[in-house]
Design a protein around this ligand. Structure first.
Ligand code: 3NM
Length: 221
């Protein structure tokens, strides 16, 4: 699937480590897809994540089937081999992950050269130091404090986000401590969407069904 900036509007990030007691990853993802999320990132990370490669591959394949059913792109975090193995639409790379240009080169040489690449950029220094060749979008944050990422960069706030939006032509999705009600203030910075973990895991289906279309609308202007 060709990358388009509008895919960033409501961005679910999820892995086994993020689930609340009794939650099922595929059921949660399907509820968000039904509500209208525009992209799904599978991010299996940390000691509470699935460590077994075969189990991870099987889950990623099920996620690919599910997102394909809803015609929504699937992005894999930080694992280009897994992304290529399941034919994911995109790969997301962090500043401390595998070197971005190695990822781009691997994709170009693969059977899926159209796989798009997203990069985490938290501040202007990281932006200046990043080779953005082949990068389709940036993920920027944390906007506020987050408990979902142990090694998160310092909080950048709306001011930090605005500075990044103004410094690059690439579309930016805001991440880190963001909730559904932040849609209009984040949209006003010129960012293209909201990426969230805990806002999604804590939402009831009725809240998803109310908020996801509202978020998509806020970023469509
Ligand atoms: N990346 P929540 S913050 C995966 O700043 C991730 O790059 C971040 O989770 C960054 O929505 C983050 O629960 C965690 O705060 C986002």
């Amino acid at each position: 699937m060709q990358f388009e900036a509008k895919m960033l509007r409501s961005y679910l990030v999820i892995g086994t480590q993020d689930l609340l007691a009794g939650q099922d990853l595929l059921a949660l993802v399907e509820a968000t897809l039904k509500a209208g999320v525009t992209i799904v990132q599978y991010r299996e990370k940390g000691s509470a994540a699935i460590q077994n490669a075969a189990d991870k591959l099987a889950l990623a394949q099920k996620l690919k089937d599910l997102t394909t059913k809803y015609q929504v792109p699937l992005v894999i975090d930080d694992d280009v081999d897994l992304a290529l193995a399941v034919g994911a639409d995109g790969i997301h790379v962090g500043q401390s992950d595998q070197k971005m240009q190695q990822v781009v080169a691997k994709i170009k040489a693969s059977a899926h050269p159209e796989t798009f690449v997203g990069l985490s950029v938290s501040n202007l220094t990281q932006l200046a130091n990043s080779d953005l060749t082949g990068v389709s979008y940036l993920g920027s944050g944390p906007i506020k404090a987050t408990s979902s990422k142990a090694d998160a960069d310092p909080v950048i706030g709306l001011a930090g986000l605005t500075a990044l939006v103004q410094a690059t032509e690439l579309p930016i999705v805001a991440i880190g401590g963001v909730s559904f009600t932040d849609d209009t203030v984040i949209a006003a910075t010129g960012a293209h969407g909201l990426a969230m973990i805990s806002a999604f895991t804590h939402a009831k289906d009725s809240e998803l069904n109310t908020w996801v279309p509202k978020i998509n609308q806020a970023f469509s202007k």
